[in-house]
Design a protein around this ligand. Structure first.
Ligand code: C2O
Ligand code: CU
Ligand code: CU
Length: 494
């Protein structure tokens, strides 16, 4: 009897030691870095600008989604997906006021969608889960560009498969220009002094193929240890101008980057998700969670080489969650080589835009969203349920609370918002127009937004966490835009 009890206790002790020891090994292995492993040997790919043609007063763009093979690391082949190519897609560039149509042909083996992240457009053109494109089909959304100059992007959004489709390689930039921004002396020659940087982390198998399995212990889903910028591994960029604008896009599943130069030099933050700031903000780091963008202008000396790095991000988590969420990770992203003689660039203008302020006191309504687990307000996405009914073109406050210990973010479709300050002032990266915002564990972020100005009581827009695995698991809700006065009799579909 006594011996049996002792044996049980001994076994239990062994289990405890085993778990703790295993945990320590996992903890020790959970940070990731590529520092010291890169040679900066490959010239950064610049995704081409997509040409358009005019048809009946509309600019028509063609995107074809395809499967293909890519050398994600040199000398090894991977099966990948892309738009008009085998990995990523071309950059679309349009001007405020343009009427456009994009013909998206799906040559993939499965159904997908293409969503225009950050675009203000009618819900039917948005490309969320409700605008499925079957294999062999072409989807032809059209809309008029009606928002200020900004760096937007596009990516698939089929429910439950978004992470997979983006990870396989479908994503691209969508640049909006406007006459005011065009008149500013900012670097704007695409691929020359205005450089798109699509930052992604991947996990590759030894043969160079994409590892599509899911890591078991990560609160955020897939975190990779191989960095690709514009699909280029180990990249360098040669520049010929004193000042370069970098359009940074975090197109990763889950990883948060904290981008700066290794020598700590300052750069000017000139724009966030939804467009130009009022004034440039000098910074030495800019943090981006998945889906977020920032435009920075950096100055270089003739003949120098400097590395752009992602430093440990501040996730606002406890140390354990943070470590498993990538909070201790550092990555070199890109080496910049300045030519021995640089063409002069004008100074960054002191004033970039005039902002229309959304005033908290104009809000007609406050909504609250609680992020927890992989649900919002305790619910998983139901594509047949409308969660919120919003009156057309009205000002609202959306309060988003992260009730969990893990990182989440919040992204509503069809609108841009401003983050409201909580009495401590706003950091520069939250001071302008946004469409995606990181919500640290335990915190509440208050947003003020103007709802879409186009009515559609039947087709919903989505709002969700932009950690793609969370979104796929249902961390997403739907809102429709109705006539003033109709918000209280909520139309609930099927
Ligand atoms: Cu990039 Cu629903 O979003
Ligand atoms: Cu979006
Ligand atoms: Cu999340």
């Amino acid at each position: 009897m006594k011996r049996a009890l002792l044996a049980v206790l001994a076994a239990a002790a062994l289990v405890v030691v085993g778990i703790a020891g295993g945990g320590a090994v996992l903890y020790a292995r959970a940070d990731t870095s590529n520092l010291g492993t890169l040679e900066f040997e490959n010239e950064l790919e610049i995704l081409p600008l997509l040409a358009s043609r005019e048809e009946h007063g509309r600019l028509v763009f063609d995107l074809e989604l395809r499967t293909g093979r890519s050398e994600l690391v040199p000398g090894k082949q991977a099966e990948t997906w892309g738009a008009n190519g085998s990995y990523l897609g071309p950059t679309l560039r349009v001007e405020h006021g343009d009427r456009i149509e994009v013909r998206v042909r799906n040559e993939l083996p499965e159904q997908t969608t293409i969503h225009w992240h950050g675009m203000h457009l009618p819900a039917v053109a948005d490309g969320g889960p409700h605008q499925a494109i079957g294999p062999g089909e072409t989807w032809r959304p059209g809309w008029q560009i009606d928002q200020p100059a900004a760096t937007l992007w596009y990516h698939p959004h089929p429910h439950g498969e978004t992470a997979d489709h983006v990870y396989r390689g479908i994503a691209g930039m969508f640049i909006v220009d406007d006459p005011r921004a065009d008149a500013l002396p900012l670097p704007d020659t695409y691929g020359v002094d205005d450089i798109p940087l699509i930052i992604q982390d991947k996990r590759l198998n030894d043969d160079g193929s994409l590892d599509l399995s899911e890591r078991i212990i990560s609160p955020t889903g897939r975190l990779g240890d191989t960095i690709l910028v514009n699909g280029t591994y180990d990249p360098y960029l040669r520049v010929q101008h004193e000042r370069i604008r970098l359009r940074l896009l975090n197109a990763s599943d889950a990883r948060v980057y904290n981008v700066g130069f290794v020598d700590g030099r300052e750069f000017d933050l000139i724009a966030t998700d939804g467009g130009l700031l009022e004034t440039p903000e000098p910074l030495s780091r800019i943090q981006l969670s998945p889906g977020e963008r920032a435009e920075i202008v950096a100055a270089f000396d003739e003949g120098e080489e400097v590395v752009l790095r992602s430093f440990e991000p501040d996730l606002g988590t406890n140390f354990l969650e943070g470590r498993f969420a990538g909070g201790d990770d550092r990555f070199d992203l890109l080496q910049i080589h300045a030519a021995p003689i640089l063409a002069p660039s004008p100074e960054v203008p002191a004033r970039l835009s005039e902002h229309e302020y959304l005033r908290e006191e104009d809000a007609v309504r406050t909504r609250r969203f609680e992020l927890d687990g992989t649900s919002i307000d305790g619910k998983d996405l139901d594509v047949g349920r409308i969660d919120e009914v919003v009156e057309v073109d009205s000002t609202e406050i959306w309060e988003v609370h992260n009730a969990s210990g893990t990182p989440h973010s919040f992204h509503p479709h069809g609108v841009s918002f401003r983050v409201l300050e909580d009495g401590e002032g706003l950091p520069a990266e939250l001071s302008g127009w946004k469409d995606t915002v990181y919500v640290p564990p335990g915190e509440t972020v208050r947003l003020v937004l103007r709802s879409p100005d186009r009515l559609d009581p039947t087709v919903p827009f989505m709002y969700h966490c932009h950690v793609l695995q969370h979104e796929d698991r249902g961390m997403m809700g739907q809102f429709v835009v109705v006539e003033p006065g109709d918000a209280d009799h909520a139309p609930v579909r099927n």
